[in-house]
Design a protein around this ligand. Structure first.
Ligand code: URP
Ligand code: ZN
Ligand code: ZN
Length: 463
């Protein structure tokens, strides 16, 4: 049975036009005016609504053993929340630690998600150690369709790699045509600064940011860019949070380094005073890189609007209040992370598009099309075109609401965006032609999501 969406206005990065969309067998088969309506066709009236391509969150954590605990979501909870918020595909960080076998970790992450996610998904494969098995294992993972790697320059002795391992990872990535995402902070400096602060009795969450200052992130970003420059690999800086790091990334781009940049929701909308609140209220806002001084935000928004920052993710990483309290005696023990998978689209529409910071087309580009292109999902995902997957967001710009932990669908007992007003939300969300969400409620099929196999996309070499 087909699905017809009529009355709405389609928006992509380059165009905006009123047309009808006909969907059959999970893909868009026709776009036009006055399309025939075969009997049995489901019809959605999208009058007064935008039709966006399904949004892609390029940076989430769902299954994550980290900081003596586990992130709270399951693939069931996170995917339903993602869909309600308009995200039809997420890319999860597959994060085995340095002491684990990478291939075993990859299979474990796949098992955790399989048959559980309601939306489509892919993985970035973390390289947390580079040893004699890495090349064989990573080649197998790339052959399996996971064509992006992740490295951490922070979290020493857990996820973190040293410069030698970063070099080896980038050389292999270049050979395989794989892009490498990187968390860019200087691990040595973070460790030293943390110890110095604790030794002075500075134990509260307000000391998290001073332990990872902007210069520490700028150094990591510049170093990653220098390694890309000297290996010819392609890279993607995740969760860039501040002006000095942005300068390092923009300088690198200007000299031709193959570098793309992501900003995440918390760094655009929250600021370090949130983490300076006393006790648990501050701990809820501890993430890395930390929430920064708000003077950084205009530069981040401007770079996003102009495309110097390529994509917007969430770094969704929920820990509940009890878990945050693991760090009540020392900020270094507070599980790092803030959730956001459910709110990204509506918040970016409200505080980006509606506040004049982001053009509507760039909004679609940064939250859907650019991630699809960077990570080998385009044109299957990230656009509305004949032959593309029918992942469609019928977005109601007249909706008004307020974010609250009481109404969220993720598995956490607080929201980092509590009390934020939203102007607009998805009215209908389809994944490969099936209606999964209507008016803020999940009405679809759980476990329907597919792992997306991707082809290598950059500098293609011999895989
Ligand atoms: O604080 C954060 N960002 N938690 C998740 C792990 C990471 O660094 O992305
Ligand atoms: Zn990170
Ligand atoms: Zn992350």
């Amino acid at each position: 049975m087909g699905l017809l969406i009529r009355g709405g206005e389609i928006v992509t990065p380059d165009t905006r036009y009123k047309a009808e969309i006909y969907v059959e067998d999970q893909t868009v088969t026709t776009i036009g005016k006055d399309l025939p309506v075969p009997s049995g066709t489901d019809i959605i009236d999208a009058t007064g609504k935008w039709i966006f391509p399904g949004f892609i969150d390029p940076h989430v954590h769902i299954y994550l053993p980290f900081m003596a605990t586990f992130a709270k979501d399951t693939h069931e909870t996170a995917s339903v929340a993602a869909l309600i918020g308009g995200t039809t595909t997420f890319i999860e960080m597959c994060c085995p630690s340095r002491s684990e076998d990478a291939l075993a970790g990859y299979h474990l992450w796949k098992e955790k998600a399989e048959g559980k996610s309601a939306c489509d998904y892919a993985f970035h494969m973390t390289v947390s150690r580079f040893d004699q098995n890495s090349e064989t294992q990573l080649r197998e993972i790339v052959r399996d369709g996971t064509t992006s790697f992740k490295i951490f320059l922070s979290y020493k002795n857990f996820f973190g790699v040293d410069d030698g391992e970063m070099y080896q990872t980038l050389i292999l990535a270049k050979k395989l045509g794989v892009i490498v995402a990187a968390h860019c902070e200087n691990a040595e400096l973070v460790g030293r600064l943390q110890q110095a602060l604790l030794a002075e009795g500075k134990t509260g969450p307000e000391w998290h940011e001073p332990s990872r200052p902007e210069s520490v992130e700028a150094e990591g970003t510049a170093r990653f860019a220098t390694f890309l420059e000297n290996t010819g690999a392609s890279g993607y800086v995740v969760h860039l949070s501040c002006l000095p790091a942005l300068k390092a990334a923009v300088d690198a781009k200007a000299r031709g380094v193959r570098l793309s940049v992501e900003v995440v929701l918390p760094h655009l909308l929250l600021e370090k005073t949130f983490a300076e609140r006393a006790g648990l209220a501050g701990m809820q806002y501890v993430m890395s890189p930390p929430l920064r001084h708000k003077r950084n935000q205009p530069a981040l928004w401007n770079a996003l609007a102009s495309g110097l920052i390529d994509a917007v993710g969430t770094d969704h990483c929920p820990f509940d209040n009890e878990q945050k309290l693991l760090g009540k005696n020392a900020f270094t023990q507070i599980p790092n992370g803030i959730p956001g998978i459910e709110e990204r689209v509506s918040l970016m529409y409200t505080y980006g598009v509606n506040r004049g910071r982001l053009d509507l087309h760039r909004f679609v580009d940064a939250l859907s099309t650019r991630p699809a292109k960077l990570f080998g999902l385009f044109p299957r995902k990230g656009t509305i075109a004949v032959g593309s997957d029918a992942d469609l967001i019928i977005f109601d710009p007249t909706y008004r609401g307020v974010i609250s932990a009481r109404s969220q669908h993720i598995n956490s007992d607080y929201s980092g965006f509590e009390g934020f007003a939203v102007e607009g939300r998805p009215a209908v969300v389809t994944v490969r032609g099936k209606i999964q969400v209507r008016d803020g409620s999940f009405v679809g099929e759980r476990g329907r999501g597919q792992l997306l196999r991707r082809e290598p996309i950059v500098n293609c070499g011999n895989a």
